[in-house]
Design a protein. Structure first.
Length: 139
């Protein structure tokens, strides 16, 4: 699981069998305090690949700079190039969620809700303000 910002627009391709493949990069940040008490920041860059229907959705809705939460698995591929073994570790995405970006789209702040499947989601239920007594729960 990673949460970060897209480093480039998704690239869509089709495999020989017709299945869709979408690849994009995600940058994650980590802040920590070193042994001298100085605040440090570290950025990691991840290659992400999505297949099938997930590839179509990510290719359509994700854009460079947009925050995203990705769940998937790691996979390392290898190949020979000019007699040298090359390696690439990728996250094969199983699912994704849009990150909280405050309505920013392509670097612009937009107060209107975006069109698409994100608006079709049901609203969160409103919970009572009083405390819930565990003995009132029926299970």
């Amino acid at each position: 699981m990673i949460y970060g910002n897209l480093t480039r627009d998704p690239e869509m391709r089709a495999m020989p069998n017709g299945n869709q493949v979408c690849s994009f990069g995600v940058a994650t940040n980590r802040s920590y305090t070193d042994k001298d008490g100085n605040k440090q920041e570290q950025t990691e860059y991840h290659n992400v690949v999505a297949f099938g229907k997930l590839a179509e959705v990510t290719g359509k809705w994700l854009k460079k700079g947009r925050p995203v939460f990705i769940e998937g698995r790691l996979q390392t591929r290898s190949w020979d190039k000019d007699g040298a073994k090359q390696y690439r570790t990728e996250i094969i995405a199983d699912s994704f969620q849009f990150g909280a970006d405050g309505g920013a789209r392509d670097g612009n702040f937009n107060t209107e809700a975006p069109a698409g499947p994100a608006n079709d989601a049901p609203k969160a239920p409103e919970y009572p303000e009083e405390e819930i007594n565990p003995e009132d729960i029926p299970f």
